[in-house]
Design a protein. Structure first.
Lengths: 493, 69
């Protein structure tokens, strides 16, 4: 890893960048917190002086080589990060009307080609620049066409009495497959709503009859409509194309713009959990095994890049929410933010060009990340001259495995948090606390941190709950990172 | 005990900027929702002021004089 732009490319994978506007659109101030943490944690870890030690005893390859534990941990982390971003490519392809596998193949094959073709190794800065320009142009065009500056657009969103389906929404005009509403929010209706199944299909809903809850299943013929009342809920899993009514409240949306803009109280434990996860993750991803620091100019590039990303995410979230409130249907998911909002805003050719630019931005950011992640891993392989970062067989396996795993839809942001949390617990404490050289304590601390992280993460399967325990289960790095740091501290005494 | 460097001060300042956001959210009577020039206090701070100050802090205090890696 030799430049500030590569630091940006490692940290700002498309799944991370899109998680920001998604969180801002879905949860307002929670999204601001995510933005601040994403922007500050890399700066903090790069500013600190410690590095992961090179061990020569057990836990290393021996002979004064690079330690095996951090290399393997980072290799797995990079694999999961690739997986998260290839999943996102598949999700975006499916959302934009192509086949899911097509998005997966394009992302995995182009990513791998950059590994195999050596002259393309140094393209990360150029790819990042392409991503930046291609992402800013649609945002600027959106602001220009709506005739509202960012502050006025925010004010318009924050004063909405309700978020309603616009007449131009694809959910209203042609309809979409209900399975596309993959967010975690229940599809509960707040007012009478008539749904049409243009192609027919099976639809299930939980209806409220007085105080009695009943589950009803309709077998709809093409064009048939069903009327749901306030309190009724659509059951997910029905593969049926549905058309919603224009100007009706979007199920899953905040009750008003004011609710969206206001902070919900007592969320600080979750916020600390996110901070610890990303701080430890940044330490692992950006510091472990590296010894040289960035210059002032390098810091300016990293800090400026993070600031631009945060500003772009805010703008994109606000204009998307304003122009496409149907974004909220069933919960905001990342791939929806790769679609240009406001179908009625632009003429066909302009719309297609702007949409293409958005996709170019996403692909360029992904490719920059793959190049930089490989360089990052290669930087750990000092004795092999960084060959691990360019071994076509290894990376073919990694991209192929990630592509296969991506056929199963999972939340890219959850995968990213899992990767950063796991790597953070394994490598973060040692990267931040500078353990004594020549001892295995860094590896021991990493193994303990990772075991604690994995144990608590497994508890997520039983549900998170509330309070401190809920926050720890929701963000397992809250337990894993301190456990690793404690072992490190005890070992230094 | 390791010496307190300008970098440590920079990291502490960034942590204080983060803490400011949490404190703002904890103010009584939804004070963070008060609007100034069309934007709520919380969005002014979290969306504009803190990120800009964080960038300044990073460049001013976190960067080392040495060359890039």
């Amino acid at each position: 890893m030799t430049s500030a732009s590569r630091v940006l490319a490692v940290w700002l994978t498309p799944a991370v960048v899109l998680a920001l506007p998604a969180a801002l659109a879905a949860r307002g101030p929670d999204g601001l917190w995510l933005g601040l943490v994403l922007a500050f944690t890399p700066l903090m870890t790069l500013g600190l002086a410690s590095t992961y030690p090179e061990t020569t005893s057990s836990g290393s390859r021996g002979g004064g080589g690079e330690p095996l534990f951090p290399v393997v941990t980072l290799l797995i982390t990079v694999g999961v990060l690739l997986w998260a971003n290839i999943v996102l490519a598949g999700d975006a392809a499916a959302w934009l009307g192509a086949r899911r596998w097509q998005g997966i193949v394009v992302a995995a094959v182009t990513g791998w080609l950059l590994t195999a073709w050596r002259p393309l190794r140094r393209t990360a800065p150029a790819l990042l620049a392409v991503a930046l320009v291609a992402a800013i142009v649609p945002l600027a065009q959106l602001g220009w066409t709506t005739g509202l500056g960012p502050l006025a657009a925010w004010d318009r969103v924050a004063t909405q009495p309700a978020f309603r389906f616009p007449p131009s929404s694809r959910w209203v005009t042609a309809g979409r497959d209900l399975a596309a509403a993959r967010g975690g929010k229940p599809l509960v209706f707040e007012e009478v709503h008539r749904l049409t199944a243009p192609a027919g299909g099976l639809l299930r809903a939980r209806t409220l009859d007085g105080s009695r809850l009943a589950e009803i299943e309709w077998s709809l013929t093409p064009g048939q409509t069903v009327t749901l009342r306030a309190g009724d809920e659509l059951v997910r899993g029905s593969a049926v194309r549905l058309r919603f009514e224009s100007d009706k409240r979007v199920p899953g949306a905040p009750s008003s713009g004011m609710t969206w803009a206001e902070d919900r109280p007592r969320r600080w434990l979750d916020r600390v959990g996110l901070l610890v996860t990303l701080l430890a993750g940044a330490a692992a991803l950006l510091r472990a095994g590296l010894t040289v620091r960035l210059s002032r100019r390098g810091f300016a590039v990293v800090a400026g890049g993070l600031l631009i990303t945060l500003v772009w995410a805010q703008g994109w979230a606000i204009y998307s929410t304003l122009q496409a409130p149907d974004l909220f249907l069933g919960g905001v998911t990342l791939e929806r933010l790769l679609e240009l909002p406001g179908p009625a805003l632009f003429a066909g050719p302009v719309r297609r060009a702007l949409q293409a630019l958005l996709l170019v931005a996403g692909l360029a950011a992904f490719l920059a990340s793959t190049v930089a992640l490989r360089e990052r891993l290669g930087a750990m392989d000092r004795t092999g001259g960084g060959e691990i970062g360019h071994d076509p067989g290894l990376w073919a396996g990694l991209f192929g495995g990630a592509a296969l795993a991506s056929l199963w839809p999972v939340d890219p942001w959850a995968l990213t948090l899992l990767a950063l949390g796991g790597a953070g617990c394994a490598l973060g404490p040692a990267a931040l606390c500078s353990p004594p050289p020549g001892r295995t304590i860094a590896t021991t601390a990493g193994v303990v941190g990772l075991i604690v992280f994995a144990t608590v993460a497994a508890a997520q399967l039983r549900g998170a709950g509330g309070g401190l325990l809920g926050a720890v289960i929701g963000y397992p790095a809250l337990a894993g990172a301190p456990a690793g740091a404690l072992v490190l501290w005890l070992g230094r005494r | 005990m390791p010496p307190v460097t300008t970098r440590t001060a920079g990291v502490v300042l960034l942590l204080l900027l983060l803490a400011g956001f949490l404190l703002l959210g904890a103010l009584p009577n939804q004070a963070a929702s008060i609007r100034i020039a069309g934007l709520s206090l919380m969005w002014w701070y979290g969306g504009i002021v803190a990120p800009a100050l964080g960038t300044f802090v990073a460049i001013r205090w976190l960067a080392g004089p040495s060359r890039e890696e």
